[in-house]
Design a protein around this ligand. Sequence first.
Ligand SMILES: [Zn+2]
Length: 443
Amino acid sequence: MIDLLIKNCCILLNNNLLQVNIMVSEGKVTCFSKKICEADKVYDAEGKIAIPGGIDPHVHFRDPSSNPAENFETGTLAAAHGGVTTIADMPNTEPPVTDAKILRDKLKKVRNKAHIDFMLLGGVGKTTVENIKEMAEAGVGAVKTFMISRFPGLSAPDTSSLKEIMLEIKKYQVPLMVHAEDEGAIVKLKKESRNKFSDYAKERIMCESIGVARVLEIARQTRCPVHIVHLSSSDSMDIISMYRKLWPKITVETTPHYLTLTMDEMDKQGPYAKVGPPLRNKFDNRRLVEELTKGNINFVASDHAPYPKEMKDKGYEEITLAPSGMPGIETTLPILFTLYSNREITLETLIKVFSTNAAKFLRIYPKKGCLLPGSDADIVLIDPKSEFKVTEEYLLTKTKQSMFLGKKFKGEIQATFCRGELIIEKGTPLSKPGHGTFLKRFP
Ligand SMILES: [Zn+2]
């Protein structure tokens, strides 16, 4: 007997959308069939496109921490609402995850809150290099470091620390994720010389390219696989393309905001459009979309990073006082689906950059990241004909301060299943916290 039958949905097979029925047993896809068979539960998905659940390797769910803007329960539910069925949570929680004991303590605190499956990321700074081994053994998906000094315990702004980290981490087959903005390259304008909020974005324009070049040069010298998080600019992409000829083990992610928004948004939304690196120009948006298609950007992550309103509002007085970041996990898929509907990317590219490639990066493929017999039944159903507007009521994330409020997208998410369990349907939560399980990186 089959546990669940998702009938009449369309899946992508050899670049064609085919109508099939998906059979699920014990949380796994068992087969696809033209015929309908008996099942305990039947879900009618007529007219919907089914894709593998999203994998988001870059979220900040703020748990445990004193930042009340999100927690594991609200974050994982918002993720399911956005068609994401596995996340990897960043280590800048409190205390920062810089050793295996802190990792285990964090796991204890969050595991009963998760609606979807999750991984944890380790963090490393100049003083915690020796802990990489134990974090790798504890199953972290990757280890993150920051070239900016904003996060105590997690930053390695100088060349010798970065080199030391790379020489150590390369022994353990765990990728190093780097926030590559060079702190020293920030040309600080005087407050009085800023006429508009977007002048802040211009101040930091070179900061990423210089950071990327430094990281990649050290990666080339040390032969260390390296991952550049939230790539924002065409200039940085040029540097990556050049370095890949010298050292191929470089992976890259970008985010939905760098694909679609420009720094003009800062003049409209003030500190609520402040992200790090800052938003760029239309030229950069177009280039990054092209590089998704070419396969040079491996995946799209949300960098979901909410802050309380009081903290963001400080930026109205002085933009540098507002933290960088905003919620985004619920809008990644609608944004990618809109690019697909507008023929800017193919559905094949969408599935790769939203799910498959990130699953490979975190080494949880083919359990995750694909719809194949034997894979986890993490399935998202999209209504391809629908159009909707992002409103505060639409969002399930705790703070509603998305940069995409008021914007319209195509492809509303009808339902999200995680290991065969219906987590959410049209924005209505149906699962209980604790369904999500902790995943380790496959050795
Ligand atoms: Zn981040």
